[in-house]
Design a protein around this ligand. Structure first.
Ligand code: SF4
Length: 209
């Protein structure tokens, strides 16, 4: 079972295959792993003990960053994510990044993002589209998540605003949207004071968060 794997010199962390979205670009549709790593489909959601043992046994030589990424949305298991981040901080000098769809407060209604403070050093949030309509077409969030003010898109933007106060925050889009839409995303990112990274479809490891 692959809980940790190496990609481009970073330690990637896979604690869940769960996700309330169905992004059109999700790499999970095209295979079961990244590069020559074993399958990222988990036999079961790993326990804290399994995660700690896998972390301890992984050769982390030369690595400086650990990334919660998944073959799923890591905040689906946000309590386990926090415990794991705490363990990594206590047992290594690794910086921690979270790759997320930014919907943790829709997945876990009372979640307080302040809990990430001191544990998550940077966050990369899937902006995916310049407006709610296109966001819903590209991200295809579970309908339950789309209720409320601004739906999932509005909440993802609020999450980004809040995370900006806590740690280094960036947006990503995958180039499955048009160049004009990418430009609109760039303008939106600029207005919010959050850098935007444009990723290539399929070839990019992070096309599944
Ligand atoms: S890309 Fe990420 S948020 Fe989208 S369906 Fe895949 S795992 Fe879920």
């Amino acid at each position: 079972m692959t809980i940790f794997y190496k990609f481009e010199g970073k330690l990637y962390i896979n604690i869940t295959n769960g996700c309330p979205c169905d992004c059109v670009f999700c790499i999970r549709k095209n295979g079961d792993s990244i590069e020559d790593n074993d399958s990222l489909w988990l036999e079961h959601e790993p326990s804290f003990e399994e995660i700690c043992a896998a972390f301890d046994n992984f050769d982390k030589t030369g690595m400086t960053e650990a990334v919660f990424c998944g073959y799923g949305e890591p905040t689906v298991r946000v309590d386990m994510l926090l415990k794991t981040a705490e363990y990594i901080k206590a047992n290594s000098g690794l910086q921690i990044r979270l790759n997320t769809n930014g919907l943790v407060r829709l997945i876990h209604k009372d979640f307080d993002v302040e809990k990430f403070k001191g544990l998550i050093d940077s966050v990369s949030i899937s902006l995916n589209a310049p407006n709610e309509e296109r966001y819903n077409e590209v991200t295809r969030p579970n309908k339950e998540l789309c209720k409320g003010e601004g739906g999932a898109f509005g909440e993802m933007l609020r999450f980004a605003e809040d995370m900006k106060k806590i740690c280094k925050t960036a947006f990503t889009v995958v180039d499955v949207i048009t160049p004009e839409e990418i430009e609109e995303c760039r303008k939106l990112s600029e207005r919010m004071g959050i850098p935007l990274r444009v990723r290539s479809y399929v070839t990019d490891n992070e096309s599944y968060t």
